[in-house]
Design a protein around this ligand. Structure first.
Ligand SMILES: Nc1ncnc2c1ncn2[C@@H]1O[C@H](COP(=O)(O)OP(=O)(O)OP(=O)(O)O)[C@@H](O)[C@H]1O
Length: 454
């Protein structure tokens, strides 16, 4: 038996999951399990199982479709399928498609352990050729194409400009390019060019000698030198002060820098990846960005799509981020209710993945139940939204505010509130649960933490 990652069990029959988990635990295997095949990709990303054992027939997604998804992203991960007695043709077709093996139900304990042992010895730690992009969670064809391009250009030593709206993962992409490049054993250094005043940014990039300016009490090596042999990531390059753009261009052309206050030029060897959320062509027209520098930095352009443009990533990312946020002391948080997931999927995400990270973290921190409700998601979205909400977000916001007002008016009497709202009690309680509201919190002298309307 191998001591690598856990075994991931997938079956929509909870009693079989329980039985297999017990058997495998008894044989010393660590097991993670799920009744939902849609959760599998997220679990693979976050828990790195060494083998997946999945039922073939499941309502949410059949085992072969699931295998297709796994094979696309993790081609070396062995998948064992469980088939009902008599479904031999399906099993044969499954093995032809690359499934590691299949076991017929009822599962024979010895056959299970034997097959698992073979699968574990077949497993090698995550495909080394894939680790460069391991932090980028995606199943979007748009992103896959972009990642293929990124890998190709990473090998050449050209300058790359990563464009895309705020929070789309530009820095993550820059790191992936570095990891895929021959420079990956050397440093990756990032600096936000929009966050520092001009002189400080200049001294950060090029360094300074002692006494170069008031306050320069020691010699300071700049980031160009610190990143020697590696990659320098210039984030928000569109916000770099204009005079400094000239100095950057000269450094890139001459492959030399001159620290502030020094007369001696220093050779540099860095690969530049820059990023911007601005339209640099418009900035050039407005005389805020130098055209010659633009062409030097933008040898290859990679444009990251907005999260809305790759909506198929939303459930995958949400589950992955939930598992990440819930690990440790919030481990009882298990997932999103189907309504909550639907709301996440149709939100507009003006802040892209960063906003999704914030919403998920807020939900994980606030939920008191293992499944995050639609109400909680709606509340987090309303708090995060900076732009005009979508119709569904607005409706959820309105519902929640309405319920709070009516509960306040009736001092927490759910039956009176239901009457005013002209809903039957069952419906009304469902609405309250969806929005995570407790009538008791609105009784005089009730909880000090009554929810506020949005
Ligand atoms: N595909 C992804 N998979 C997992 N996490 C992601 C993905 N894309 C972005 N993130 C996460 O979203 C957050 C924002 O990503 P990042 O900082 O790379 O975006 P950015 O485009 O550089 O943002 P900004 O323009 O605001 O600097 C980070 O926490 C990052 O880890």
């Amino acid at each position: 038996m191998s001591l690598n990652g856990p075994i991931l069990l997938v079956d929509d029959d909870p009693s079989l999951l329980k039985l297999l988990t017990m058997r495998l635990n008894a044989s010393g295997y660590e097991v993670i399990s799920t009744e939902h095949p849609t959760e599998v990709m997220g679990l693979i990303e976050s828990r790195h199982p060494q083998v997946v054992i999945s039922d073939l027939k499941m309502d949410e997604m059949d085992g072969l479709t699931l295998f297709g998804h796994i094979q696309k992203r993790h081609p070396t991960l062995p998948v064992i399928l469980l088939t009902a007695h008599g479904s031999i043709p399906e099993a044969v077709s499954a093995t032809q498609q690359g499934v590691f093996s299949f076991l017929t139900k009822p599962i024979d304990k010895n056959a299970l352990l034997e097959t698992l042992e073979k699968a574990c010895s077949h497993y090698s730690t995550p495909d080394a050729s894939e680790t460069w992009r391991a932090a980028i969670i995606t199943q979007s064809p748009l992103m896959e194409t972009l990642l293929e391009q990124a890998k190709r250009v990473a090998e050449a030593d050209v300058s790359i400009l990563v464009s895309g709206a705020s929070g789309t993962g530009k820095e993550l992409m820059a790191q992936a390019i570095h990891l895929a490049s021959p420079r990956n054993k050397k440093p990756f250094i990032a600096i936000n060019c929009g966050a520092l005043p001009e002189q400080l940014l200049e001294s950060e990039l090029f360094g300074h000698v002692k006494g170069a300016f008031t306050g320069a009490v020691t010699h300071h090596e700049g980031l160009f030198q610190a990143a020697h042999g590696g990659t320098l990531f210039l984030d928000e390059i569109g916000d770099m002060p204009y005079p400094l753009q000239v100095k950057l261009l000269r450094a890139l052309q001459e492959r030399q820098i001159r620290p502030l206050g020094s007369t001696k030029a220093v050779d540099i060897d860095v690969r530049i990846v820059s990023a911007t959320h601005r339209n640099l062509k418009a900035a050039i027209e407005a005389k805020e960005f130098r055209e010659d520098l633009f062409y030097r930095l933008n040898v290859v352009n990679l444009r990251l799509p907005s999260l809305r443009e790759r909506a198929e990533d939303i459930p995958l990312l949400a589950r992955y981020l939930l598992q990440r946020a819930a690990s440790g002391h919030r481990s009882y948080v298990k997932g999103f209710s189907p309504d909550a997931l639907a709301l996440l999927s149709c939100a507009s995400w003006p802040g892209n993945v960063r906003q999704l990270v914030n919403v998920v973290e807020q939900c994980v921190a606030l939920t008191s139940t293992p499944m995050i409700t639609e109400g909680l998601v709606s509340q987090a979205l309303a708090e995060q939204a900076e732009s005009f909400p979508s119709f569904i977000e607005a409706r959820n916001q309105f519902e929640r505010n309405y319920l709070i007002k009516v509960l306040k008016l009736t001092e927490g009497s759910a039956s009176q509130a239901a009457k005013i709202a002209q809903r039957n009690r069952t419906d009304f309680y469902k609405l309250l649960a969806r929005h995570n509201l407790e009538p008791a919190d609105f009784k005089p002298g009730g909880s000090q933490h009554q929810p506020l309307p949005d």
